[in-house]
Design a protein around this ligand. Structure first.
Ligand SMILES: [Fe+2]
Ligand SMILES: [Fe+2]
Length: 393
């Protein structure tokens, strides 16, 4: 993974908008024709001869829970529902929309109504395509955990997550194919780079940290946001089902890494803090939708720059994406270990406010399929409102 080299005289905000960095982050994935992508996996496959089921009780409970929480994407979702991609998402933040529409400096300023409608559909297709590619990343990473984790309870649990992830790739691919006119986008360049780094790393805890804590923590927040902003019944139910699984997956990361990180020395913990922050920046930048701008004929570099320069108070969605990651990092001790390096970084990118939100170690019970998500939806709405209005205070 590339190391962040900031000039000591440069604030993180300046760094984020550094012209060189904008060049780097305006890269998009042009490889739309190849069918496979190979990544070298440098980790050992580990057998364990310790077969005591339940030695790690929280992981055992999660495994038993997973066995009774399975669903079938073909029979539990009603694929006969007709979907009109042009009427699917409610505008999440009108101020943010205005920033792109009304500002003469915006590269989209001259867009016609028709172009805005196309953009909304492409944006949804791009987002769902990236969710699907990320789900395949989770499938591969969790299969890797089955091999590399030395504990039997974790191997058992991870095997159920592999099945979950296969189902997630399957339902997102089917939704795109049948309801959105096809998969229009290859994996985002920056998401791919992050997934490659996670797979290549030889340290088994890094797979968990990169996938279960960072990628899936962000996905759980992003799915929650989309669940709350769409009224399309098939997508809403699909997301509802996926979220009930994802909450277990993030819990798996928290419950496993708690044990590992409490015994690590300061140097090793600092390496994990840096990995976490680099992954956080990559994930923030993967939402810049480079592939979509390229497809729509908008200058990618200009558009990336314009998005990065958006006033902080409008970045409600971008900040909410960290609402699961920050409390989970706190629970793992990563936020304050050493000199609190990670706390300082999360403060600089404006997401530290989530530190006391509920962590995902036990939250998965709230996502059971027989429970209503209305309360969670309401939490997302209130949080968005709070983040948005905090800046006015
Ligand atoms: Fe998933
Ligand atoms: Fe997952």
């Amino acid at each position: 993974m590339t190391t962040i080299e900031t000039n000591p005289n440069q604030s993180l905000e300046e760094y984020a908008n550094d012209p060189e960095r904008i060049t780097e982050y305006s890269v998009w994935n042009e490889d739309v024709t190849s069918l496979i992508h190979a990544v070298e996996d440098n980790a050992d496959a580990i057998f364990t001869w310790g077969y005591d089921k339940g030695e790690r009780a929280p992981l055992d409970r999660l495994y038993e829970k997973a066995k009774t929480s399975q669903w079938n994407g073909q029979t539990d979702l009603d694929w006969s529902i007709e979907v009109d991609p042009y009427t699917m998402l409610l505008p999440a933040n009108p101020m943010e929309a205005d920033y792109f529409k009304e500002n003469p400096a915006s590269p989209l300023h001259k867009f016609s109504d028709k172009e805005w409608k196309e953009l909304a559909v492409e944006s949804l297709n791009w987002s769902l395509s990236q969710f699907m590619h990320g789900e395949q990343g989770a499938l591969l990473c969790t299969a890797k955990i089955v091999e590399t984790v030395p504990w039997i309870d974790a191997k058992y649990y991870a095997s159920t997550q592999v099945v979950d992830e296969a189902r997630h790739v399957e339902v997102f691919a089917q939704y795109l194919d049948q309801k959105m006119g096809g998969i229009n986008y290859p994996v985002n360049h920056h998401l791919k780079a992050l997934l490659d780094d996670i797979i290549k790393d030889s340290r088994w805890d890094i797979t968990y940290l990169g996938m279960q804590i960072m990628v899936e923590g962000l996905a759980l927040a992003a799915f929650g946001f989309m669940h709350q902003t769409t009224e399309e019944p098939l997508l809403k139910k699909l997301l509802r089902y996926v979220m009930s699984d994802e909450a277990r997956h993030v819990a798996f990361g928290v419950l496993s890494l708690q044990e590992v990180y409490k015994d690590m020395d300061a140097k090793e913990i600092r390496e994990r803090q840096e990995f976490t922050f680099e992954a956080a920046l990559r994930m923030r930048d993967r939402f810049l939708r480079q592939e979509m701008w390229e497809k729509l004929g908008v200058d990618v570099k200009e558009m990336v720059k314009y998005q990065l320069e958006m006033p902080e108070e409008l970045k409600v969605f971008q900040r909410l994406l960290f609402s699961k990651i920050v409390p989970n990092c706190k629970k793992l001790g990563l936020l304050d270990a050493g000199d609190g390096w990670l706390r300082d970084r999360f403060t600089e990118i404006g997401v530290i406010e989530f530190e006391d939100w509920v962590d995902t170690g036990s939250e998965y019970e709230d996502f059971d399929l027989d429970k209503s998500l209305e309360e969670k939806d309401q939490e997302v709405r209130e949080a968005a409102h709070e983040v948005f209005h905090k800046e006015d205070a």
